[in-house]
Design a protein around this ligand. Structure first.
Ligand code: FES
Length: 67
């Protein structure tokens, strides 16, 4: 599924950029060598970055609690 129709960026490519360190929607575009055009995808990319951060924090908390 495409997240950014203007640049043809798919869900898995957004996740790949986040894993590579993208923490802002613009960084996801930059990771794939493009720029936001219409900007409609920016809220969804921001949500995915937030969700990834929440997931990482949850894993960290679970690891700390089990130690
Ligand atoms: S949908 Fe991503 S810039 Fe237009």
């Amino acid at each position: 599924m495409f997240v950014c129709n203007c640049n043809g960026i798919r869900c898995r490519q957004v996740e790949e950029a986040i894993r590579a360190g993208a923490r802002r929607p613009q960084a996801v575009h930059k990771h794939h060598g493009c720029k936001a055009q219409c900007g409609r995808c920016l809220p969804e990319i921001a949500d995915r970055i937030r969700e990834a951060g929440a997931t990482a924090a949850s894993v960290e908390t679970a690891v700390l609690k089990s130690a």
